[in-house]
Each structure stands twice: as C-alpha cells, then as structure tokens.
Design a protein around this ligand. Structure first.
Ligand code: ZN
Length: 378
C-alpha cells in the first residue's frame, strides 16, 4: 500500500485534464516501466501532445492479461475544492485529489504491482494499457488496441479499472455520436420557392430520431438523444444549412447495425442527402462468462452487473478479448469536487492485482487441445 499511495501522489500531481498534454505523466511512468525491464510502446495523437502507454512484462508469444486505464481527468473548472485538487490529501481513511477515483487510483495499484511482477518468473504476460482522451469520447484507446494486437500475442483477458468498488461490471451500452449536416439553397424569404430550406428536413430528421428512439427504447435496445440543432441566420432568409447533433446508445452490435441502416435508408430518401460526421464511438461491452469467472477468481465481487456508463472495455471486447470492468473507488466520486478514494479500496485492488501476479507465474498447461488462457491455476 505504501508504494501505491506514493505513486498515486505522483500521478495526481500531473494536471492531465483532457485539454492538456499528458506527456509529463507519460515520461514519468515510462521511466519507471523501463527500469523494470518492460517492453514499452507509445502511440501518439495526431499533434503528438498526448500518448498512450503500452508496457508489457512476461513472454510476448502467449496470451496474457491487459490492465487498462486512462490517464486523463475531467476539469476542475467552476468546482469548489477544499484543497488543491492536484495535491494528494489524506483525511480519515480517504485520499482526495482529481482523478483519485477516476482513475489514477487504479493506475497507481497497477504500477505498484508491476514492480513486484518484474521480479518474478512469468509464464504469461501482463500489458499495462494507459490511454489518453478517454474523458472526451474514448479517442485514444483505439490506437492503443491496434498497436497491442500488432505487437503482442492477443491477450486472453482485459480488466478495465474504472471505479466499481471492485465489483465486476460485465456489460454496458455503446455510444455513437453524429453530426448530420443538411444543406439547402439560400434565398430571400419574400419568394421561398427560389431557395431550399435546410431546416425543414433537419427538423423532420429530428422527429425521425425521436420516433426511432421511442421504438428502440420500448424494446430496451437503445436510447437516443438529439442534443443540438443549429442552422439558419435570419428571419427573412431561407436557410441554406442546418446541423443536427445526435447520439444513440445500443445494447449490442446488431442493434448498432440496425439503427445505422435505418438512419442511412432515411437519409438516402432525402432530395439533398446530408452528410454525416462521426463525433464519438464507444462499442458496447458484452457479457463474457470467461472474463467474469476470471475476475471472480481474482476476488472481483459478485453479483456482476451492467454498468450505467461506457468504458474503454468496449474496444477490447470488439478486438475479441474477454473483458470486464473492475476497479477501486466509487463512480459516484468521479468528476466531483473533492473527489476521493478510500484507502481500503486501494488495498483491496492491490490484493486483486496480487492474485493476477500469481496467475502470471502459473505454468501454462501444455497438453494438446486445452486452453492455455483460462482462469485455472489461481
Ligand atoms: Zn474514467
């Protein structure tokens, strides 16, 4: 616990609000991982101001486990804090600071156990996967996952350490956000027939989304929202543009496909088919019995439950890796002023990761036809 706390203190001291670079934290963490002898890979954003860390210990040629978390935090703007959010403060069994619960506490537990894992004889690898820009739409993690699949044997399991109070989260909805841009032809409104309004088809589209939402919501397949409409310039001008920003949250991939097909069909029937820009995409995390059994053996708490929030777990699931969410701290503290994590939660996560360290040391079963990646051997 001493190590975890000291590491957390360091991690909190980096102001990695999503709008900032996270490279100071990355440099510090990479230095530590390299000194442990880890294979370290970085993937950057387009401007090279942010990076994902992939740090692997153990054999590269067999499936292991991914421990996944994000390095960025939400802003403290307009929040009343009792002390500096970027200086860790302990009070009455709680550690306060921006990101303690969401989710540098988990990263600290990971980095603490990494130092122990590095001294052991490993039969399976562990991959520490720390991303950027999770809080602004999970923008960084897809590069990390691609890089992981290209460089290492595909892992058997992924554990995403978002705060669940160490309870197993085994599923959540996806999130797909779009801006649909309707275009028309401007004209003076004294003779509207000279122009084509972009607002009428945009308004009709918003209603279409509402109807689709009502249908899919009834079957609990997806929820929908139109969050913003923007178009037109003056009362006496036929509007030439109108943009509709909308999102839906599907329960599974087939719902995603159905919704996208229905929307595409609708839009293609328009006289001026609009363009659609993807703003954010988080795949759903589907229940996976193997991942759940693995996490339960490690001490993750049951009963497993669906999560009311999206995570990077959907990306690992999409890559064919058995994934659950299980991490220290409570989601109720995420994004709050005076965000805290209980010391006891960090200790519980440390114990969970200790069991992963033991699993990594377990020799693989070599008889033909048996799985080498199962949870057995804990
Ligand atoms: Zn988070």
């Amino acid at each position: 616990m001493g190590d975890t706390r000291a590491i957390l203190e360091q991690l909190i001291s980096f102001d990695t609000t999503s709008r900032n670079s996270n490279l100071a934290l990355v440099d510090w963490a990479v230095d530590r991982f390299q000194r442990l002898g880890a294979r370290v890979r970085l993937t950057f954003d387009d401007r090279r101001t942010k990076a994902n860390i992939l740090a692997s210990l153990g054999p590269a040629e067999v499936p292991g486990v991914v421990l996944s978390g994000h390095t960025d935090v939400v802003p403290v703007d307009d929040q009343q804090w009792s002390s500096d959010p970027f200086i860790l403060r302990e009070d009455n069994g709680r550690l306060y600071g921006r990101g303690t619960a969401d989710m540098k506490g988990f990263l600290a537990c990971c980095m603490a156990v990494a130092a122990q894992i590095a001294t052991r004889k490993l039969h399976r690898p562990v991959h520490f996967a720390f991303s950027y820009d999770e809080e602004v739409g999970c923008l960084g993690v897809s590069r990390l996952v691609q890089d992981l699949l290209a460089a290492e044997c595909k892992p058997a399991f992924a554990i995403v350490g978002e705060p669940t109070e160490m309870r197993i989260g085994n599923g959540h909805r996806g999130f797909f956000g779009y801006e649909t841009q309707f275009r028309g032809k401007a004209a003076h409104s004294s003779d509207p027939s000279e122009g084509t309004s972009a607002i009428y088809p945009a308004a009709a589209f918003a209603t279409f989304i509402q109807m689709l939402g009502a249908e899919k919501n009834r079957s609990q397949d997806a929820t929908f929202n139109v969050g913003r409409i923007e178009g037109g310039s003056a009362i006496n001008i036929v509007p030439s543009r109108c943009d509709v920003v909308w999102e839906f949250r599907p329960k599974d991939d087939s719902t995603t496909q159905e919704v996208l097909a229905a929307v595409e069909t609708y839009l293609q029937t328009q006289t001026e088919p609009p363009t659609k820009t993807l703003l954010a995409r988080v795949p759903p995390l589907m229940q996976n019995a193997d991942a759940m059994a693995f996490a339960a053996e490690l001490g993750g708490q049951l009963p497993a439950r669906d999560l009311p929030f999206g995570t990077e777990g959907g990306f690992f699931d999409e890559a064919g890796i058995a994934t659950v969410v299980c991490g220290p701290g409570t989601i109720a503290q995420a994004h709050q002023p005076d965000e805290w994590i209980a010391v006891e939660q960090l200790a519980e996560c440390d114990r969970f990761l200790q069991r992963i360290a033991n699993w990594l040391e377990t020799p693989l079963r070599v008889s033909s036809g048996t799985k080498t990646s199962g949870a057995g051997g804990l």
